[in-house]
Design a protein around this ligand. Structure first.
Ligand SMILES: NC(=O)C1=CN([C@@H]2O[C@H](COP(=O)(O)OP(=O)(O)OC[C@H]3O[C@@H](n4cnc5c(N)ncnc54)[C@H](OP(=O)(O)O)[C@@H]3O)[C@@H](O)[C@H]2O)[C@H](O)CC1
Ligand SMILES: [K+]
Length: 490
C-alpha cells in the first residue's frame, strides 16, 4: 500500500482512465460509498451536501442522489460551473427530482450533518473570500461534518475540521501527517474500485499496514533455544542515563530476543532486567564487547560522551547494528555506511537537526524530505526518523533510488522519555532474529507503535509499552491488528 500526494492521486486517476476504466464509475463509487459511511455514523440527521464545481463536488452530488434514493432527507447546495463527470452527476441528481440550491444560500440547520464536498485533491492554494468564509461558518456551526476525500481547504488555512473523512482510493499525506491529520477526524479508506494497477507506483512511500507487517514476523521454530532466536547486545548508559540501556534490553526481550546482554560503563549504576547478562566495562573496545557473542547490536542509548567511542568499538563486531541517541554522529554514520554492515539509525527530529544542520521544526515539518536527505547522505543506512508518524528511508548501496515508508501505528501519548530506547531494543531483537535492516526497521516501528496504541491514555510510560509488546506481536500474528483506516477498505 502506498501513501499518495494529491498529484500522485491525480496521476493514478489518469492511469485508470488510460487503462480504460470509466471515470464516472469511480465518481459513482466515491459518492455512494461516502454516503454509506455517513449513514453508519449519522443516521437520523438531515443531510446537507455542500458541493464545489470540481470532481469532489461531483462525488457530493452522487452521494446526495443515493441518499435521497435510499429515502433520507437531503438538501443540496452547489457551486455553478460543473463540467465532465461532475456535470453528469448533476444531471443524474436532477433526474431524481432533487433541487440544487446556490452555495451562498446555505445556513447552518439544527440537527443536520454536513457532507463537505467543496474541494479535494484539486485545490491549488489557500481558500479566500467567499470560500474561506463558508469554511469558517461550517466550522463555527458546531455541526458534525463528513469530508469527501479530505477536509476542504487542506493543506492550507482555513480548512474544514471534520468528524469523519472518507479517503478515496488511497490515503494522502494529509491523512497521515500532523497537524492536518487532526482536521480529518476519524479516517476511513475506500478503494472505490480503482484498478490496483493504476495505484501501483513504486516511487511513492510504502504505508506500513498490518497485512504487510504480519508477513515479516519471524517464525519461532519448535526446537528454539535462547541462542538460536537472536542474541542482542545493548551498549549504552552514562552518568544519569542509566535507565536507557535497561529499557532497550526490555524492548529486545519483549520482542522475542533469546538472550540480551547489556554492556555499560562499570562506574555507572545501570540495573538491567533480571534476565539480562551484565557486562560492566572500564573501556569501550571491540575485544570487551566481543564477550557478549551477539547476533545484533543496539548502541548509543544514554551513552552520553562515550557514544561515539562505543559505536566505533561495536563496529569491530561486524554485526547488524542499531545506532541510537548518542551514537548518532557524523563520524560514526560515515564509518558504518562505509562498512556495508546492515545498519539502522534512529534519530528524533532534534538529532536529525544536528546531523542535517536544519532546525528541529523544519525536520518535523518536512519529515519525508529530511529522512530522504539522510538516506542519500549515508547510502546503505536505514533511516528511522521518529515522529508522528515515524518515517523510514533507505538508499540501497549502489543505487540512486531511495525507498521510503511511513508508519501507521503509534500515538501522541508515546512522546515520553525512554520510548526511543525501547524502540532501539525492538529493532535490535528483529535484526538478531535474522531480518534484513529494512524489514527489521519497518516491523520494529510498526510493533512499537502498535504496542503504544494498546493504551492511548495520558501518562503512558516507556516500560509499559515494552510490556505490551508481546500483546502487539500476538495481535499482528493472529490477524486481529487493525489498520486505523479500517473498516472502509474494500
Ligand atoms: N481518486 C480518484 O481518482 C478520484 C477522485 N475523485 C474526486 O475528485 C477530486 C479531485 O477533483 P478535481 O476536480 O481535480 O478537484 P477538486 O474538486 O478538489 O477542486 C477543483 C476545483 O477547485 C477550484 N480551485 C482550485 N483551487 C482553488 C482555490 N484556491 N480557491 C477556489 N477554487 C479553487 C478549481 O477551479 P479552477 O477554475 O481554479 O480550475 C476546480 O474547479 C478528489 O478529491 C475526489 O474527491 C473522483 O470523483 C473519483 C476518482
Ligand atoms: K472535501
Amino acid at each position: 500500500m502506498r501513501l499518495f500526494t494529491a498529484q500522485a492521486m491525480r496521476e493514478a486517476d489518469r492511469k485508470a482512465i488510460d487503462l480504460g476504466y470509466p471515470s464516472l464509475l469511480l465518481m459513482d463509487a466515491a459518492g455512494r460509498r461516502t454516503a454509506k459511511r455517513l449513514l453508519e455514523r449519522f443516521a437520523g440527521r438531515k443531510i446537507v451536501v455542500l458541493c464545489g464545481k470540481g470532481n469532489n463536488g461531483g462525488d457530493g452530488l452522487v452521494a446526495a442522489r443515493w441518499l435521497a434514493h435510499w429515502g433520507h432527507e437531503v438538501a443540496v447546495y452547489a457551486a455553478e460551473g460543473q463540467e465532465g463527470d461532475a456535470a453528469m452527476a448533476q444531471q443524474a441528481l436532477r433526474a431524481h427530482g432533487l433541487e440544487i440550491n446556490p452555495l451562498s444560500a446555505w445556513k447552518p440547520q439544527p440537527h443536520s450533518v454536513v457532507l463537505d464536498a467543496l474541494f479535494g485533491t484539486g485545490l491549488r492554494g489557500p481558500l479566500e473570500g467567499f470560500y474561506a468564509e463558508l469554511v469558517e461558518n461550517i466550522n463555527q456551526s458546531g455541526l458534525p461534518v463528513v469530508a469527501v476525500d479530505m477536509p476542504s481547504g487542506l493543506p492550507y488555512q482555513p480548512h474544514i475540521r471534520a468528524n469523519l473523512t472518507v479517503a478515496l482510493a488511497g490515503l494522502k499525506n494529509e491523512h497521515l501527517f500532523y497537524p492536518h491529520r487532526t482536521a480529518c477526524g476519524r479516517i476511513l479508506l475506500d478503494s472505490i474500485g480503482m484498478p490496483p494497477r493504476a495505484l501501483d507506483n513504486p516511487h511513492l512511500p510504502e504505508l506500513l499496514s498490518s497485512a504487510n507487517m504480519r508477513a515479516l514476523l519471524p517464525i519461532r521454530p519448535g526446537n528454539a533455544h535462547k541462542g538460536s532466536v537472536g542474541r542482542v547486545l545493548v551498549v549504552g548508559g552514562y552518568r544519569s542515563y542509566t535507565g536507557a540501556p535497561s529499557l532497550a534490553a526490555l524492548g529486545a526481550y519483549r520482542t522475542g530476543a533469546g538472550l540480551v546482554t547489556v554492556a555499560y560503563p562499570a562506574d555507572c549504576d545501570v540495573v538491567p532486567p533480571l534476565e539480562a547478562v551484565r557486562l560492566p566495562l572500564f573501556e569501550w573496545n571491540t575485544a570487551n564487547l566481543q564477550m557478549a557473542r551477539a547476533d545484533a547490536v543496539a548502541v548509543g542509548m544514554g551513552a552520553g560522551e562515550g557514544g561515539v567511542e562505543a559505536a566505533l568499538a561495536a563496529l569491530g563486531l561486524a554485526r547488524p547494528t542499531v545506532l541510537d541517541a548518542d551514537a548518532l554522529h557524523e563520524r560514526v554514520l560515515r564509518a558504518y555506511a562505509q562498512s556495508g554492515l546492515p545498519s539502522i539509525i534512529t534519530p528524533h527530529p532534534g538529532e536529525a537537526s544536528r546531523l542535517l544542520g536544519l532546525s528541529a521544526e523544519q525536520i518535523a515539518r518536512f519529515p519525508l524530505e529530511a529522512a530522504q536527505t539522510l538516506a542519500q547522505r549515508y547510502p546503505g543506512l536505514v533511516v528511522v526518523l521518529k515522529g508522528g508518524p515515524t518515517v523510514l528511508a533507505w538508499t540501497p548501496p549502489g543505487t540512486s533510488e531511495t525507498r521510503m515508508a511511513v508508519n501507521s501505528t503509534g500515538n501522541p501519548q508515546m512522546a515520553t522519555g525512554g520510548m526511543g530506547d525501547v524502540l532501539a531494543g525492538v529493532i535490535g531483537a528483529l535484526l538478531a532474529a535474522g531480518l534484513s535492516a529494512w524489514d527489521a526497521a519497518r516491523l520494529g516501528v510498526y510493533l512499537h507503535g502498535l504496542a503504544g496504541d494498546q493504551s492511548q491514555k495520558p501518562g503512558l510510560l516507556a516500560h509499559e509499552v515494552a510490556e505490551t509488546l508481546p500483546e502487539a506481536v500476538e495481535q499482528l500474528r493472529s490477524g486481529s491488528a487493525r489498520d486505523f483506516w479500517e473498516p472502509g477498505y474494500d
